[in-house]
Design a binder for this molecule. Structure first.
Ligand SMILES: [Cu+2]
Length: 142
């Protein structure tokens, strides 16, 4: 039997992403673009963002922002963001939680998430503070 060697290329994407995120453009959140936004009530709009404005497959910076009807920040002291993909056929349910940190702006969080695959995800957001509750948004990862 004639067996050819199999060469496996490992592309370390995360290093490139980090370099781009911390590069020439200055502060981390200045370049964040909205991926998805939802008006939960008259006094609360929730927005998810990243540097591209599109959720992508893999490691990336992520932002979560709570504002009122006029675009002012809403004081949210704690928030969580999880990306869920329900089970499909033989593929088990997936959950990719974001690690979030508070910022100097109330109701604004930034962090990182590693999205396992391209496709339709459900962003599950929960929050506590001046407003407390949960909401979901559907987001496509490319
Ligand atoms: Cu999946």
């Amino acid at each position: 039997m004639n067996r050819k060697p199999i060469v496996v290329f490992v592309v370390i994407v995360s290093l490139g992403v980090l370099a781009a995120a911390c590069g020439s453009s200055g502060s981390h959140d200045s370049g964040m673009k909205t991926i998805a936004e939802k008006k939960v009530s008259e006094n609360l709009t929730v927005a998810i963002s990243n540097p591209e404005g599109k959720l992508k497959n893999g490691e990336q910076e992520i932002g979560l922002k709570f504002t009122d009807g006029s675009g002012n920040p809403v004081e949210i002291s704690a928030a969580s963001l999880n990306f869920n993909m329900p089970a499909m056929g033989s593929m088990a349910e997936m959950n990719d939680p974001a690690t979030l940190n508070t910022t100097s702006t109330p109701g604004e969080f930034t962090g990182k998430v590693n999205i396992q695959m391209a496709g339709e995800w459900i962003a599950q957001v929960s929050y506590e503070g001046k407003e407390t509750g949960k909401t979901t948004m559907s987001v496509t990862a490319y």
